[in-house]
Design a protein around this ligand. Structure first.
Ligand SMILES: Cc1cc2nc3c(=O)[nH]c(=O)nc-3n(C[C@H](O)[C@H](O)[C@H](O)COP(=O)(O)OP(=O)(O)OC[C@H]3O[C@@H](n4cnc5c(N)ncnc54)[C@H](O)[C@@H]3O)c2cc1C
Length: 439
């Protein structure tokens, strides 16, 4: 083994055997904590010579089993990778190492008077590098897009053992193909992301947060498309379906037991002027009858309370149903009504919540642990097929990892898969980076 920081004791390796997915993990051979280019060069040379897999890991909050290793692999924990978070106000950008926590990146932008929008609901736990490798998105994505829409430049370790810099600190850079974008969302199969420069936005100065209970779930499903068509683009449009609301009301924390409506949405706008009466009047006109029970959060405390319930939904379900399977399928927002009609026809016992504003739905099979593997597989494949047929796909944000590898292969045309594999072979000919994942 090359020099550097190593974790080899069985007990110390236990935390590397799981992430936040339902995929069971093995004990890796060891975990490395590189702190210099020399450490990385030596790791790549060793892995290449010995045929060992290098599995990058941020903070292990991933939901697809992507950072889990085979017993013969080495986990590369990037938590000790050096570097500071630096805001560059004149170029309206920020540079940070992969090891930084996303919450610190967002806080640094905020402290400098700017806004870094990517906001996975794990934002207070996950690593910046993990968000780049998974192209994370969250509630804000319906207005601000995913992580990749904010990345200007990427620093990455590739299979030659060297650190490469792709991109510059400007939104304009067309000299050659955009290698950095290829690495974003590639879940560590092309190389390891060591840091990035991301765009910043001016900080929104107003926020309007609304709770929208509806008497009929179907009423909600038309609204994301209707709002967009009328020129209202929320920076978040989250929802709870009747089944998940029933769970929360019956067994959730005190605040969740009072949630109104047959189904419920949490909407937020951050446009200049969004707190004016005129804005609200226009919005209510577009929402029509669905706005009958609309409630506005009047202060910061109320807004935080609403978001706390949204954030704890997945944590609550995971605690109550530890063996549940949580999917994050996506359909274009205009196809939401058809998706839910189709889901009903499939008769999959599930609860659904998530990001209605961009069609990214967390379909949770709470009793998945009681199903045999073949039945579960059949149900999931039927769910994925429904999405694909509606012009959607099988993951909106969590990625593929191990959890959805079979499904990705099943639903990707053979010719496209061959192109992905040709890319992998060109960039990582000895298959050392995260082997067995995604493709
Ligand atoms: C409660 C909860 C809520 C969540 N909500 C969201 C959400 O709203 N949106 C969303 O997108 N995700 C969400 N997630 C999933 C997850 O938190 C994100 O995908 C996050 O970006 C993963 O970061 P991480 O540091 O934990 O990565 P890890 O779990 O450590 O790794 C994830 C993948 O990226 C690879 N990887 C990690 N770091 C690097 C690197 N530096 N270079 C190359 N590859 C690397 C790993 O090999 C693995 O394949 C949620 C998770 C939880 C537990």
């Amino acid at each position: 083994m090359p020099h550097g920081q190593w974790i080899v004791d069985e007990a110390d390796l236990a935390p590397f055997m799981a992430d936040e997915s339902h995929v069971p993990g093995a004990r890796p051979r060891a975990a490395a904590r590189p702190t210099s280019p020399e450490d990385l060069r030596a790791l790549v040379a060793w892995a290449t010579a010995e045929g060992i897999g290098l599995v990058p890991r941020g903070t292990g909050t991933g939901k697809a089993g992507g950072c889990l290793a085979r017993p013969q692999d080495i986990v590369v924990d990037l938590g000790a990778w050096p570097g500071a978070i630096e805001v560059n106000p004149r170029d309206l950008c920020l540079t940070a190492p992969a090891s930084a926590l996303l919450k610190d990146v967002k806080a640094a932008a905020d402290a400098a008077g700017f806004f870094y929008p990517p906001d996975p609901n794990s934002w207070d736990q996950c690593a910046f590098g993990g968000t780049l490798a998974t192209n994370a998105g969250g509630p804000n994505a319906c207005k601000y897009g995913m992580t990749r829409h904010w990345v200007l430049a990427v620093e990455a370790l590739l299979a030659d053992g060297e650190i490469h810099h792709f991109g510059i600190a400007s939104v304009k850079a067309n000299a050659g193909p955009c290698m950095g974008q290829l690495l974003l969302g590639s879940e560590g199969i092309f190389g390891m992301i060591l840091g990035a420069t991301v765009r910043l936005a001016p900080k929104p100065i107003e926020r309007l947060t609304l709770l929208l209970p509806v008497a009929r779930f179907e009423e909600l499903l038309e609204l994301p498309g209707r709002l967009c068509a009328a020129g209202y683009l929320p920076c978040a449009f989250e929802f709870w379906d009747p089944a998940v609301l029933a769970e929360l009301r019956a067994h959730g924390p005190e605040a969740a037991r009072r949630m109104p409506g047959e189904a419920l949405a949490l909407l937020e706008f951050d446009d200049r002027g969004c707190t004016s009466e005129a804005f609200l009047d226009g919005l209510v006109a577009v929402l029509g009858d669905a706005a009958a029970e609309l409630q506005a959060a009047t202060d910061h405390r109320q807004r935080e309370a609403l978001w706390a319930i949204r954030r704890m939904t997945s944590v609550f379900l995971k605690e109550r149903y530890p063996r549940k399977v949580s999917e994050d399928v996506v359909v274009p927002r205009s196809r939401l009504p058809e998706f839910f009609e189709g889901l009903q026809r499939l008769e999959i016992p599930c609860v659904t919540y998530g990001h209605l504003g961009d069609g990214n739905l967390h379909v949770n099979l709470l009793s998945a642990g009681e199903l045999d593997a073949a039945t579960l597989e059949t149900k999931l494949m039927a769910l994925f097929r429904l999405c694909v047929e509606l012009g959607g796909t099988l993951s909106g944000e969590h990625g593929v990892g191990l959890a959805k590898r079979e499904a990705l292969i099943a639903f990707t045309p053979a010719a496209d898969l061959a192109q992905f594999r040709a890319l992998k072979a060109a960039l990582d000919p000895r298959n050392i980076f995260n082997p067995g994942k995604v493709l």
